[in-house]
Design a protein around this ligand. Structure first.
Ligand SMILES: Nc1ncnc2c1ncn2[C@@H]1O[C@H](COP(=O)(O)OP(=O)(O)O)[C@@H](O)[C@H]1O
Ligand SMILES: [Mg+2]
Length: 280
């Protein structure tokens, strides 16, 4: 069995039949307001509270607002930062302002992927991170789409080379069907898409796993909510969207059972690994 990294996001490990295969780069794609940034933060935080260090690279939000939005969900990352188990890589301020003066990991040349990967490598090494989130990679090639693939490959080499599993947030426009461009879509190991659909004047959130190397995936669109505890996926149901109607349907019992079992198995593996490490 492929070793998994559990996201511990409610319902996500189930629809991935256990979790993200270790060392994968997963593109988390979606339009504005679909929950990409929240999911990326939740992935990092859920690791931290279980002893897995993490790095969050911010390109879209000021580091101060990143911390605030972690706190909005009561995900207190400050103690992990103090203990050297969590780091924010600031690829937003460009080194300007009082915050940047106090930060350890700042990217000064925002269009320089070499500098970003060097700073990121250092942050991963210092924290001993196994989880990385980049919010968003789209920012890196917005003005140079032809470079998208090589930029993503550079980051992929650094991150999986150091043994990390990673979420790359990818921004697409509201009506776009893709995930962020062919260069990127083929370079990553997995693609998960978050959606917001307006039907008869109401918005519906959903999630669909489009691709994930080395694992079986759920082949349906699942209803999803954002709550005060973050993202919650109804993994045992699917969202049936027709042009003028929408309904939540139960999934096949056998499939539900198989997903539940897969997560249970992964949980056992995790326990064994933890035990072995303690005995060493
Ligand atoms: N506590 C909460 N309860 C419900 N929804 C929330 C909560 N906090 C944030 N949201 C929703 O999350 C959405 C933003 O999610 P975000 O991850 O920032 O989107 P994206 O990064 O995809 O643009 C907002 O539109 C907001 O409605
Ligand atoms: Mg965002």
């Amino acid at each position: 069995m492929v070793p998994r990294v559990r996201t511990y996001i409610k319902g996500l490990d189930e629809i991935l039949y256990g979790g993200i295969p270790e060392r994968s780069i997963v593109l988390l794609s979606g339009g504005p307001g679909t929950g990409k940034s929240i999911a990326a933060k939740q992935f990092i935080y859920n690791g931290l509270i279980r002893g897995e260090s993490g790095v969050f690279v911010t390109l879209e939000e000021h580091p101060v607002s990143v911390i605030r939005s972690f706190k909005h969900f009561n995900w207190d990352i400050t103690k992990f930062e103090k203990d050297g188990k969590f780091a924010i890589v600031d690829a937003f301020t460009g080194g300007y302002g009082s915050t940047a003066q106090r930060e350890k990991y700042v990217v000064k040349q925002l269009d320089d992927v070499k500098e970003l990967s060097d700073v990121l490598r250092q942050a991963i090494k210092d924290t001993n991170a196994t989880r990385v989130a980049i919010d968003s990679v789209s920012t890196l090639y917005l003005t140079k789409p032809a470079m998208a693939r090589s930029i993503v490959m550079t980051l992929k080499r650094v991150i999986s080379g150091l043994g990390c599993t990673s979420i790359f947030v990818s921004q697409v426009s509201v009506a776009e069907r893709g995930f962020g461009g062919p260069g990127v879509e083929h370079a990553v190991d997995g693609i998960i898409r978050l959606d917001l659909d307006e039907i008869e004047g109401k918005l519906y959130r959903s999630i669909i796993v489009w691709k994930m190397r080395d694992t079986k995936i759920s082949m349906v669109r699942h209803p999803m909510e954002i709550t005060d505890e973050g993202i919650v996926i109804q993994w045992d149901k699917y969202l049936k969207i027709a042009p003028n109607s929408v309904s939540i349907q139960p999934l096949d019992k056998q499939e539900v059972e198989e997903m539940r079992k897969a997560v249970e198995e992964t949980e056992k593996e995790v326990e064994v690994t933890v035990k072995e490490e303690e005995e060493e």
